[in-house]
Design a binder for this molecule. Structure first.
Ligand SMILES: [Cu+2]
Length: 160
């Protein structure tokens, strides 16, 4: 079979790109343990309000852990509980979220925090809040008619 010179180059380029991308993905997943931040822990979504820590949604100061605060948040159609969160600037915060009904999103605008809140699963993400300000939390997964109204507010404040 005769291949035109440029066609051969293009096939080599395409094949090599595929190998490189698969290698990067493989190294990230297996060597660095990089996985989506959700779906590692499970929960009975029908009893979310009775199960710790979701029986006490809100901001909790913790000690003896690698982070300073735990933010526990329950998403359901079409609101977040709690509707407002306040954390001091510079603190390391672990967000722990789940959903009571359908898949919702949890995106803190202006940051790189964006998780799915899935019924039956607990999503967690730890980050340091290093800039004072009000950050709107929006639902980033279409969940129904009230989707656009679904929001919460993260207030990063100056006082310890
Ligand atoms: Cu939504």
């Amino acid at each position: 079979m005769h291949l035109h010179k440029y066609e051969r180059y293009w096939l080599i380029f395409g094949g090599a790109s595929l190998v490189i991308f698969l290698l990067i993905t493989g190294i990230m997943a297996f060597h660095y343990g990089s996985h989506p931040p959700s779906a590692k822990k499970t929960i009975n979504y029908e009893q979310v309000e009775q199960i710790a820590p979701f029986n006490k949604p809100g901001v909790h100061k913790v000690s003896g852990k690698d982070w300073d605060y735990e933010v526990v948040l329950v998403a359901s159609a079409f609101y977040y509980n709690p509707p407002e969160l306040k954390v001091p600037v510079g603190s390391k915060v672990k967000f722990i979220i789940t959903s009571k009904d359908v898949v919702h999103g949890f995106e803190i605008t202006g940051t790189n925090v964006n998780m799915m809140a899935e019924p039956g699963y607990i999503s967690e993400y730890t980050t340091t809040v290093d800039k004072v300000g009000d950050y709107l939390i929006v639902c980033s997964e279409y969940c129904g008619v009230g989707h656009a109204q679904m929001h919460s507010m993260l207030r990063v404040v100056d006082s310890k």
